[in-house]
Each structure stands twice: as C-alpha cells, then as structure tokens.
Design a protein around this ligand. Structure first.
Ligand code: SAM
Ligand code: ZN
Length: 264
C-alpha cells in the first residue's frame, strides 16, 4: 500500500493500472518516465518550478562522475530499511544510492521540478517518484521512517507531519568552505557559507558529521557543470563567467555537514 495521498482531498491514493486514484475519483496518470504529477498549480508558486533542464543536466553530468560519492556513501551508511522519502530528490543521485543499498525498502522521491523527476525516473530504480512541493507533501501523516533532505528546501511543519514519531531525518547542507576555490576563482571577494544553528523545532539532533575533502576538476566541462548547478550561476556577470571559462582545471573543496535528527 502506497503512502501517497491525493493532493486535492488528501485521501489515500490507490493504483489502478497506470493511474493513481483516490476514493473521490481524483485521478493522476503515471507518465512514461515513471513519475506521477501530484503538484497542484496553486502549490507550485508563481514563477519558481525548481531546477530547469540546464541545471538538472549539469547536476546529472557532474554527480555521475562520482565527485560527491563520499557524501552519497555517508548517507547510505546512516540509512535503515523502512519507508523512506527523499524530499527534493533532484535527478535522483542520492535516492538511487539508497535504493541500491536498501532494495527492499519502500522509497519515494519528490521534487517540484518535472525535469528532475523525469531524469530520476530514467535511472530505473525501485523508487516511486512524484512532482510535488516539500511545502505540500502528498504523503500521509506519520507514514515515513526516514526523510532525506540533501541541499533542498526545508519545511518544518511538513517534515514533522510525514515522519513517524521517533523517525529519522537525514539532512545534508553545505558547510563553510564548500567550493571555496571555485568562488575564489570567480569572485573578487568570496564569502564563506553561513552555517545556521543546528537546532530545529520538533527534532533532536542525534548525530553530526562533517565531510571535507578536495577534488580535482581536470576539464572545462566539469567546471561548468559544477558551476551551473550552484546558486551562483544565476548571480554571475560576464566578467566572472569569463574567469570561469578561462580555467583549464580546478582543485576545490567539498565541505558538507551531514546532520541526523530524530523526530521528538
Ligand atoms: C540543490 S538541488 C538538490 C537536488 C538533490 N537533492 C541533489 O542533491 O542532487 C535542490 C532541489 O530542490 C528542488 N526544489 C526547489 N524548490 C522545491 C520545493 N518547493 N519542493 C520540492 N523541491 C524543490 C529543485 O528542483 C532541486 O531539484
Ligand atoms: Zn481526491
């Protein structure tokens, strides 16, 4: 039985052929690439629909080369069997890693970007995928053992609602020095990332690990892919773009915080 609920009336969704249907007959077709659109237009926000194709493709190209595999491994080390939701799953790199490790778990991935879940669907893993917002998650109350959030928006109320009591939230965020040399190469006065206080309402912090290492990008394409998947991409003028284009290689720092919370 799926944990998905109807975004219109919030009753449980059942599956009939290639369509999800609720008891009130609201129905949602499963697309060819395997995801279901559970995002109502009023929930989508006025302009932002998450990552566009360029960003999703860049993320896919970059992540597939394994530059962030230490983070994926660390997440997989912490995760246990059960009902798992990757909230803001993007093109599914971490979700797929979880699926490889925990083949018998019930794994869900949601993202507001249709392109991202389409890409995730192409991975052909045992993952139920939906377009949806983390601010209106189409899953039942207290239905998840684990919620994973990797560099994605945080919604305190929804994350607390969908997790079971005692459930786990695994969160990855960039730490202070993340991509420092990339920022140095592009900006005159780069700033360190601000790391917010760890305390979160409704959760107790039960574990914390900082993952820091250097990695070498030895070609322009990987440098551009990395840059296009960061928020800096859209805040960069021509001069900075030229500095980036002139780089033949770049060694930079990966600096992540992996935070494990328990729902109180
Ligand atoms: C930095 S990416 C991280 C994606 C993935 N977790 C990863 O690390 O590869 C942030 C993701 O959040 C998604 N996103 C942005 N706003 C969202 C929202 N309100 N609800 C769900 N996803 C959202 C974007 O489409 C994008 O895929
Ligand atoms: Zn309904």
């Amino acid at each position: 039985m799926s944990i998905l609920i109807c975004p219109v009336c919030r009753e449980k969704l059942g599956i009939s052929g290639k369509t999800y249907v609720c008891p009130k007959n609201h129905s949602f077709d499963i697309a060819k690439s395997g995801y279901v659109n559970l995002l109502l237009s009023k929930q989508a926000g006025k302009t932002v629909h998450g990552d566009n194709k360029l960003m999703v493709q860049a993320r896919r190209d970059f992540l597939e080369k394994g530059y962030y595999s230490p983070l994926r491994d660390a997440i997989c080390e912490k995760i246990k069997d059960g009902v798992i939701l990757d909230a803001g799953c993007g093109e599914g790199y971490y979700t797929a890693g979880i699926s490889d490790k925990l083949g018998n778990s019930e794994i869900y991935g949601i993202d507001i970007s249709k392109t991202a879940v389409e890409f995730a669907g192409k991975r052909k893993k045992n993952i139920t995928l939906a377009t949806a917002s983390v601010f209106h998650i189409p899953v039942a109350d207290s239905s998840c053992d684990t919620l994973v959030t990797v560099f994605s928006p945080y919604c305190s109320d929804e994350f607390q609602r969908v997790l079971k009591k005692g459930g786990t939230m695994i969160m990855a965020i960039p730490s202070e020095m993340h991509l420092w040399e990339l920022k140095q190469a592009v900006y005159d006065t780069p700033y360190k990332n601000e790391v917010k206080p760890y305390a979160l309402e409704g959760f107790g912090l039960s574990g914390k690990r900082r993952i820091t290492y250097k990695f070498l990008l030895d070609n322009q394409q990987d440098i551009q892919s990395l840059f296009s998947m960061t928020p800096y991409y859209y805040r960069t003028g021509q001069q900075q773009q030229e500095r980036l284009s002139a780089l033949e290689s770049l060694e930079t720092t990966a600096d992540f915080e992996l935070l494990i919370y328990r729902k109180i």
